[in-house]
Design a protein. Structure first.
Length: 104
């Protein structure tokens, strides 16, 4: 009893690894945004550095990426629920969805 549900959960994870995850519906409502800055303002204010910058595709907020020490783009998502970000200067065609946790 109960083992069937466990097997089903494992199967779902396997499907996701094969690229069968539900498509990201967040990209459907994208409109062009203008980046509001050329730096991570929070890092700059504290004299800290970053690896890459992401621009929020909902409001244009610019913050440091998840592989930077301070994760300010992630903090922006947690504050605002804006799901999509693109690397600043990438032409916004390489997008990350925080909700779906993958490139979209
Ligand atoms: Zn999404
Ligand atoms: Zn930052
Ligand atoms: Zn935003």
């Amino acid at each position: 009893m109960g083992s069937g549900g466990y097997d089903l959960a494992v199967g779902v994870q396997y499907l996701n690894l094969n690229g069968s995850a539900p498509r990201c519906e967040h990209v459907d409502s994208l409109v062009p945004v203008t980046p509001l800055a050329a730096t991570c303002r929070e890092c700059q204010a504290r004299g800290l550095g970053w690896l890459r910058l992401l621009v929020c595709l909902a409001c244009g907020w610019v913050a440091c990426s998840d592989d930077s020490p301070q994760h300010h783009a992630l903090a922006h998502y947690e504050e605002t629920d804006h799901p999509l970000a693109a690397e600043l200067g990438s032409g916004q065609d390489h997008r990350w969805c925080y909700v779906h946790q993958r490139d979209v």
